[in-house]
Design a binder for this molecule. Structure first.
Ligand code: NAD
Length: 344
């Protein structure tokens, strides 16, 4: 109607505006037909920071204020992992579509309860697996699906830096959700078991370096090395195929993906042991053009589209559960000194 302001299609309430929350707020504010109505944090200092940057956003220290506001139709949770379940449960029970930052919750049992609640109330439940929304990861999935690198044999991933140390979760729960969500998105098959070995050098009981192996039924496997105790910042994944190999370096500003025409072949026939030789193939390397767009923008837009069209998210509660199942199994394996733990 002329002169009357149409309501926003997405009217969000955000809880948690520490390090990551402001990035979500910025993106939800920037999307047409979406706005952040209210932000909640325990910290007045963080709320003041939001007020300074967005005078139109209401602030509160009481999460219930977000739930009570009938104009708010979605809650965005960007708090520490141990609070995700309680906040998301309240949000879904209040009839709000719910976005939870990674990892979804502290246990698979909690994840299952949230999935059930969202399905029962016909609400969108989406997890912040940001890397699934990067153009690089989408391009890698496309290249592998095209058959260009042959059969995918294994994936290896390294996410290393000096810090930021967390006090309540180990480095696997902090950093590996990124690698795990990429691996599951690219492979699109369920994991069967996990081995994880690591050490807590600084905070007792909180591992600061881990090496994880995820095994899949197709005989493929993926390794993840996560560390807060490394001199170099590394964000690198390798996808090794029978014909070619992909290197994804997320620190590279432009050429994030490189495809190497390299492989090793076993000669099909040989009569004597002396004739047996591996054939090493060294071909060209190329970096495909990948247009870089802010993945968070794509992710936030996707949440809104899922709400509008009532469609399942590409990082749904089920995807969040699978990541948490792997993390849970990794914690059990750590306690068993790296022994294999089946994912049930
Ligand atoms: N997707 C990504 O790339 C990415 C990157 C960084 C962090 N994260 C995730 O974002 C989440 C938050 O991480 P962070 O680094 O911003 O943490 P943080 O500690 O910097 O911020 C969390 C904020 O939440 C507030 N808070 C905690 N519990 C609350 C409650 N019950 N009610 C109101 N406020 C509460 C705290 O006061 C704090 O300001 C985590 O789940 C983390 O894994 C995701």
């Amino acid at each position: 109607m002329k002169g009357q302001k149409m309501p926003e299609l997405l009217n969000a309430g955000v809880v948690g505006c520490g390090y990551w929350g402001p990035n979500l707020i910025r993106n939800f504010q920037a999307i047409p037909d979406s706005k952040v109505k209210m932000v909640c944090d325990f910290s007045r200092e963080r709320l003041n920071y939001i007020k300074e940057n967005y005078s139109e956003i209401e602030t509160t220290t009481e999460f219930e204020e977000l739930l009570k506001d009938s104009e708010i139709n979605a809650i965005i949770i960007a708090t520490s992992v141990n609070t995700h379940f309680t906040l998301a449960q309240k949000s879904l029970m209040a009839g709000k579509h719910t976005f939870i930052e990674k990892p979804m919750a502290s246990s698979s049992e909690q994840c299952m309860k949230l999935i059930e609640l969202a399905e029962k109330n016909n609400l969108i439940l989406m997890i912040g697996h940001t890397f699934v929304y990067t153009s690089s990861v989408r391009k890698i999935k496309e290249i592998i699906a095209s058959g260009e690198i042959g059969d995918l044999l294994y994936i290896s991933s390294r996410r290393l830096n000096l810090g930021l140390f967390q006090k309540d979760i180990n480095v696997a729960w902090d950093l590996a959700p990124h690698d795990i969500s990429i691996i599951l998105y690219v492979l699109d098959e369920p994991p069967v078991s996990v081995n994880c070995f690591g050490k807590a050098h600084l905070t007792p009981g909180i591992e600061d370096v881990i090496n994880m192996t995820i095994n899949f039924s197709s005989n493929k496997f993926a390794t993840i090395n996560s560390s807060w105790l490394d001199p170099h910042k590394v964000r690198e994944m390798k996808f090794v195929g029978s014909k070619k190999m992909i290197v994804y370096d997320d620190i590279e500003p432009l050429e994030k993906i490189k495809i190497y025409d390299k492989r090793v072949e076993v000669p099909p026939h040989y009569d004597t042991f002396a004739e047996f030789q591996y054939a090493y193939h060294y071909g060209d390397m190329y970096a495909p053009y990948v247009k870089q767009v802010e993945p968070l923008r794509v992710e936030c837009q996707h949440f809104m589209d899922c709400i509008l069209n009532n469609t399942k998210s590409e990082s749904s509660g089920h995807d969040g559960l699978q990541v948490v199942q792997i993390l849970e199994s990794s914690s059990e394996s750590l306690r068993k000194n790296g022994a294999k733990v089946d994912i049930t």
